[in-house]
Every structure is written in C-alpha cells, then in structure tokens.
Design a protein around this ligand. Structure first.
Ligand code: C2E
Ligand code: MG
Ligand code: MG
Length: 562
C-alpha cells in the first residue's frame, strides 16, 4: 500500500472531479479521497462555478470530455484563456487517442485513460501533476509571456514536439511573424502604444493558430511564432494582421513580416524549423510591398553555403587558402602621385568555390564569432610584410588593417596588437586600424574608449566607409579619428553628377577644417582622380591605381617608387 505521507505535505490539497457519470465520479473520489479533498461537478458549467469559487485552493482538475450542458473542451478553452485559472493543471479523462492530442493542444496537462488504470497509477499521476504545476508556478513566468499570455518559446517548442509525437501524420508549418523596425514604433510612439501593437498582433495570431489547430508563442520583443496545420495560402493571415494593425491608429503604419517554413515530411528539429521561418521573414527587410516569404530552395542554398563556409574556415586557415592582398593608397598632393600606404584585404581561395569575395563571409563570420580568428591572421600577415619590405627596400609602407566591430569586444585586442607590433619590430604608427563608420553607432562608448587607448599609444585610426552609415558630419568633430575614408558611393558619380561633386566638396571642406586627411576610396577613372585632386583630397585608393594584389605584386609598386 502507498504511504500517504509521501504524497501529502501538511494540509490536504483540493481536487475537482468533473464527470457526468455518477459511477466514475465515485470511483475516482474513492481512490483519491485518502490523499485529497475532493469536490465534484457533473458538467462543465458546474465545474466552472466551482473553479471560480475555489480558485485559490484548487490544486488539480480531473476533467471528463464528453458531458452534457458544457463539454470538457469548452472548459479547457475557458480556463486557458483566463490568466486566473490557466495555472490550475487539468488531467483529462478520456478513452480516445485523438481527444488526448486535442486536449493537450488546448492546455491539458495529462490524461487518465478510461477504463481507469489501477488506483496506484491514478494517484501517482495526480500527485506528479500537482507537483509539476507547483514547481511550474514558481517558474510560470517562463511558460507564459506576461504581456500576451502566449507561450514562451521554450514551452512552445516542447508543445510543438508533443503535437508531432501524437500527430506525426499531420503536415505542419512553422511560421514566424515580426514587426518591421519595431524598436522605432516604441521610440516614436511610446511603449504603451508599442504594447498595444503587440497585444493586437498577438490576438490575431492566437486566433489564427486556434482556427488551424495550432499553437502560438511570443519570443523576444516583437517575435511571434505559430505551429499549425499546413496552409496553401497565408493571405487570410496577412489580411487579418493588416486589419488588426490598421485599426490601432490610422496615422501609424505598422508593417509585419511573415516567414513560413513548411515542414512536410521533415526531420529538422523544431528550433531549426523556426530558425528557417525566421530567416525567411528576415529576407523581407526593406521590402515594403511584400509581407510573406517562404523558406525556399534559394534560401536553403544560401543557408547551406553559409554553413559550408563556417565549417570550412578552420581548414581554410590551416591549409593556407586565405591570402592577404594589398591595395596601394597614393598621395596625390604633389604633381606626381606617390605610393604612401596600403590596405590589407583578405582573399579566400576556396578549393571548391574558387575565389570568394569578403562580402560573402565577413558579416557571416561576424555573426558567428569567427571573424577574430581571421582578422588576427590578416593583422599578422600585414605586420610581417611591413617589416619585410622595410628590411628589403629601406622604406616603411604603413598598412591599414580592417578591425571588425566584433574585435572591439575582445578585451585582449590591445594586448594582441601591441604584441604583434612589438614582435615585428614596428612602431604603432606603421599599422593603421580601419574601423567602419557604423561600428561607431553600434557601441559608441566602448568603441571610443578602445580607439582612444590605441591613439594614445600612437596607432592611427581610419574611419572606413564614411557616409554609408548614419553618423552625421557634426559628429566628426568629436570622434577620435585620424583619417577619414570616404565611402565609395560618394566617388562613383562625381564626374557625372554635380550634386555628388558638391557633396564630396562639402565633406572635404569640413575634414580640412578639422585637419583630418581624407582617403577617397573606389577611384576608378582619371576624371574622378582629377576632380578629387582639385578639391584638395590627399589620398586615393582605387582601381585607377591598382586593384588589391598579392604581396609579391605589391612589391613591384614599392620597387617602382625607388
Ligand atoms: P573596405 O574595407 O571598405 O575595402 C575596400 C573594398 O573596396 C575592397 O573590397 C576593395 O577591393 C574594393 N575596392 C577598392 N578600390 C575599388 C574600386 O576602384 N572600385 C571598386 N568597385 N571597388 C574597389 P573587398 O576586398 O571585396 O572587401 C570588401 C569589404 O570586406 C571591405 O571593405 C571590408 O569591410 C571587408 N574586409 C575585407 N578584408 C577584411 C578583413 O581582413 N577583415 C575584416 N574584418 N573585414 C575585411
Ligand atoms: Mg577597409
Ligand atoms: Mg572602405
């Protein structure tokens, strides 16, 4: 016989038994009454009345599904929609597999199958569910999102997996919904309005998920997820969401992105499926006339390609597939241009994909924490070459290396670069550090601290891609930089477009006023070169002089100078 003291703390907990059949109620009561206070209801309506009256003391509900007046599903729905009752665990009494899944979806915690199991099993189940729910009450904040009442992500995944397990034959879709630039909605219209938007979106999503036998969750901020029956079209979801968003405030346009991954006969794990739907949604950034995107072959291909590159980088470095190229920077202040410096640029000769451009992998490696390894390789190569050329030709050609925004977070970055410069017998001013403009707005404080430390030791900081990000001209006066590299797009049209020319002139004037030399990047033709020279630009980098070339070829530029 079971020892009741294992099961009961101090006071007897209260359990509600809901069943329309007298015999069933009596039987369950007889089994459980030694351990619990039992109250009884004959149908859903009576159950709800008792639940309301005993809300505070009710530990568990045993709920029959098929009952007159109000059935068990209805009760589940009502409980599930109400924050006051949602946390009371419900064990469904059923004889049907199909009904189990359905009730699970509607929030049931467990089942007891009819005809009833042995008393020991029933007692153990009730006990376990009460314990679980008590534990869960403590961590409830992690099951339900506070604002919307939707599942949080981790619970959502659990339930989605359960749905699969009980319903493996259903074709399902993983759907991600998020709001385009939601942070701006918050910033411009206030958090209260932002919350209204989230609530109204979550209502639309909840309803849609429900109608299509699915479940819904909220992740971070404006990320919503649904796992539901496969749909051939999501036009209805789109119009429903648009309607909900449009009804809030006519003057505020809220755009959502819907990403869909259809997991037809799928072996991907749940998180992967939702990663994919989110990836699809993210392709809609900046596409103002499109709301829905599918994870399709193209995207799949991109993901595979990225995964391959991430996988191959280590071997790439070990097998010397990476090579540092150098692009000369010419000083054009005198009559005859002369070689002044160089920029080190990474190149990858991939054994299968051939030469891949950094554009394909720099941001990928930034996202995946791999950029530091690559950058350190480049810094070493660059420093070693400065030394080698100095020994061989008796001149120092300063080389600038790109420093990724991610490198800045490395607390060892200064030590690493100091050590490198020291080992190669260089002076700090021989190695220039290029930091892209947008990094300055990402994490201004930390970046400026690191940059100032570097400058105080004598390193030169070049702000890369100036004009491509969001910093304004008046920021220039306050930023600790030594050289400004004008983004290529400014130079592109100066010889054909008067407005572009005036823009460059303006930047050049301000930079001159601040005594910050300007490097014009992407200079390709003679006309651009002449105009820049006339405007007082000191340094030029671009195909007009040379593409980035291997170190051996770059050496010829040095030799020619002499
Ligand atoms: P960036 O630092 O602004 O480098 C200049 C880019 O412009 C280089 O592209 C260069 O080949 C290209 N370029 C130079 N002159 C011309 C021209 O006259 N016309 C045109 N159309 N293009 C020109 P690349 O080498 O493909 O590098 C692209 C970007 O990738 C770089 O932009 C930089 O942000 C990043 N990158 C390259 N190497 C590294 C590296 O070692 N580490 C890090 N973190 N980023 C790197
Ligand atoms: Mg650069
Ligand atoms: Mg640049």
């Amino acid at each position: 016989m079971l020892n009741k003291f294992n099961y009961i703390d101090d006071v007897k907990k209260t359990v509600l038994v809901v069943d329309d059949e007298y015999v069933n109620r009596e039987m369950l009561g007889a089994i459980l009454k030694e351990y619990y206070n039992i109250i009884y209801a004959e149908n859903g309506e009576e159950a709800l009345r008792l639940i309301r009256a005993n809300e505070k003391i009710l530990s568990c509900i045993l709920l029959d599904l098929l009952m007159p007046v109000m059935d068990g599903f209805k009760v589940l729905d009502i409980l599930n929609d109400d924050v006051r009752y949602r946390s009371i665990p419900v064990i469904v009494l059923t004889s049907e597999k199909q009904a189990e899944v359905e009730s699970l979806r509607r929030g049931a915690a467990d089942f007891i199958t009819k005809p009833y199991d042995t008393p020991e099993v029933i007692i153990a189940r009730v006990k376990r569910i009460i314990e679980l729910s008590e534990n869960r009450l403590v961590i409830q904040s992690t099951e339900r999102d506070e604002l919307t009442g939707l599942f949080t992500k981790s619970f959502f995944y659990e339930y989605a997996n359960l749905m699969d397990r009980y319903h493996g034959d259903r074709e399902m879709d993983a759907v991600s919904v998020n709001i385009d630039r939601f942070h701006l909605v918050n910033e411009i219209h206030g958090r209260d309005f932002g919350n209204k938007v989230l609530l109204s979106l979550s209502d639309a999503i909840k309803e849609y998920a429900h109608e299509n036998e699915g479940i819904a969750a909220r992740g971070d901020a404006d990320d919503f997820y649904m796992y539901l029956n496969h749909q051939d079209s999501y036009a209805k979801l789109e119009s429903r969401i648009n309607e909900a968003m449009g009804s809030l405030d006519k003057s505020v346009y809220i755009k959502v992105r819907i990403g869909i991954y259809s997991c037809l006969a799928e072996s991907q794990d749940m998180e992967n499926r939702f990663d994919r739907s989110r990836l699809a949604a993210n392709t809609l950034r900046g596409k103002f006339n499109q709301t829905i995107a599918y994870f399709d072959n193209d995207l799949q291909h991109k993901v595979f390609y990225s995964e391959r590159l991430i996988h191959d980088i280590h071997e790439g470095i070990a097998r010397k597939q990476f090579e540092v190229f150098f692009q000369p920077k010419y000083d054009i202040t005198d009559d005859k241009p002369h070689l002044k410096a160089a920029e080190a640029l990474i190149r990858w000769r991939h054994p299968e994909f051939g030469m891949i451009s950094p554009g394909d992998y720099i941001s990928l490696f930034e996202e995946n924490g791999l950029i530091q390894m690559l950058d350190q390789f480049v810094w070493h190569e660059a420093a070693a070459k400065i030394r080698y050329w100095r020994d061989k030709y008796g001149v120092t050609i300063p080389v600038s290396v790109n420093v990724s925004r991610i490198d800045i977070y490395d607390p060892e970055i200064e030590n690493k670069i100091d050590k490198l410069v020291d080992e190669c017998g260089l002076n700090p001013e021989d190695l220039h550090l290029e930091i892209t403009e947008s990094a300055y707005s990402d994490n201004a404080e930390q970046l400026i601290q690191v940059v100032e430390d570097f400058r105080s030791k004598g390193y030169l900081i070049e702000m890369d891609d100036f004009g491509a990000g969001y910093s304004s001209l008046n920021m220039l006066a306050n930023l600790p930089i030594d050289v400004l590299k004008l983004d290529m797009k400014f130079i592109q049209n100066i010889h054909t477009d008067g407005k572009a020319l005036r823009m460059v002139q303006l930047i050049m004037d301000i930079a001159n006023f601040l005594h910050v030399p300007v490097v014009a990047e992407g200079v390709e033709v003679e006309d651009q070169y002449r105009l820049l020279k006339r405007m007082g630009c000191q340094l030029i980098q671009g195909y007009y002089f040379s593409k980035p070339v291997p170190a051996g070829e770059f050496e010829e530029f040095i030799a020619k100078e002499q």
